[in-house]
Design a protein around this ligand. Structure first.
Ligand SMILES: NC(=O)c1ccc[n+]([C@@H]2O[C@H](COP(=O)([O-])OP(=O)(O)OC[C@H]3O[C@@H](n4cnc5c(N)ncnc54)[C@H](OP(=O)(O)O)[C@@H]3O)[C@@H](O)[C@H]2O)c1
Length: 257
């Protein structure tokens, strides 16, 4: 994160809700010089108590962004209530469905960036897709590495696909986790044991898939006439792969509207 220490610009984070707070925590832990702007007085007090050296401001109708690196983490509906004054060094939005062209109409900045983190930002494991001004690519990726991993995509259409994959798929995987647990309960395992085992399974699988290809993992477990082959056949028979592919398409189409 040395880049941000070497520049005069500190980061101004506007909005400290679910995602904003995760970003704030990640950036502070990585030593990014960040200040935060919030709506409500009680939120400001809470943040000041929790992070004594953090500069916390109360948001005004018009926000001065001149020369700043701004991260906007408010809901899209709140965006149009804010007026921005001055020319930001970079304006980074995490809002869904507010396109770079929309940002340019309301905000003056040298660089514009859109990023789509996911729920795992809460535990500093977000997989964040980032796009926008290519001149700001390195810095934008570094910002979101404070809450996990980040990857640059080449267009907003790709950002919408990434939203379906990294943004929505935690919910799809939650369905998988729930179904596997229910399956074990159905044939006789205690729920508490099944839940514990599913958690361990996902934990171990995260490490495996980081090192190996999914097809290889499947082939290593699936022996001739074996238990896994019996289960895989049932999943194929139920059209599981096509169902997941359609789910990604549906989420992408919804994100694109
Ligand atoms: N949560 C995620 O995992 C996730 C993932 C990807 C993208 N996003 C995007 O991130 C954005 C924020 O999502 P969220 O889940 O963090 O929403 P959230 O929990 O509702 O947080 C939004 C925060 O912005 C504050 N706010 C509104 N107007 C403000 C202003 N003028 N100045 C300062 N603060 C202001 C709100 O304060 P009040 O409540 O007091 O109005 C609230 O604390 C959304 O655009 C969402 O699409 C979220």
């Amino acid at each position: 994160m040395s880049f941000f220490k070497e520049t005069d610009s500190s980061v101004l984070l506007i909005g400290a809700g679910n995602l904003g707070e995760a970003l704030l925590d990640g950036m502070l832990k990585k030593g990014v010089p960040v200040s935060v702007m919030v709506h409500a007085q009680d939120k400001a007090l809470k943040l000041s108590e929790y992070y004594p050296s953090l500069k916390v401001e109360i948001s005004k109708k018009t926000i001065d962004i001149d020369g700043r690196i701004v991260i906007l983490a408010v809901k899209p509906g709140s965006f149009y209530d804010i007026r921005f004054e001055g020319r930001a060094k970079a304006f980074v939005s995490v809002m869904a469905k507010i396109y770079l062209e929309d940002l340019k109409l309301s905000v003056d900045a040298e660089n514009y960036v859109r990023a789509m983190p996911n729920l795992a930002a809460r535990c500093a494991k977000s997989m964040t897709a980032v796009t926008g001004s290519i001149a700001y690519k390195k810095e934008a990726l570094a910002l979101f590495e404070s809450i996990g991993k980040s990857v640059w995509v080449d267009s907003e259409d790709e950002l919408n696909i990434a939203t379906a994959l990294a943004g929505s798929a935690p919910a799809f995987l939650a369905l998988v986790a729930e179904s596997l647990t229910d399956g074990a309960v159905r044939v006789g395992l205690k729920r508490s044991v099944a839940e514990e085992m599913t958690k361990g399974l996902f934990d171990g699988f995260a490490s495996l898939i980081a090192q190996s290809h999914p097809a290889k993992i499947k082939e290593e477990v699936m022996s001739p006439k074996g238990t896994t082959a019996a289960g895989v056949f049932e999943l194929e028979n139920a059209g599981t792969r096509a169902a997941f592919m359609k789910a990604i398409e549906a989420a992408y189409l919804k994100a694109s509207k």
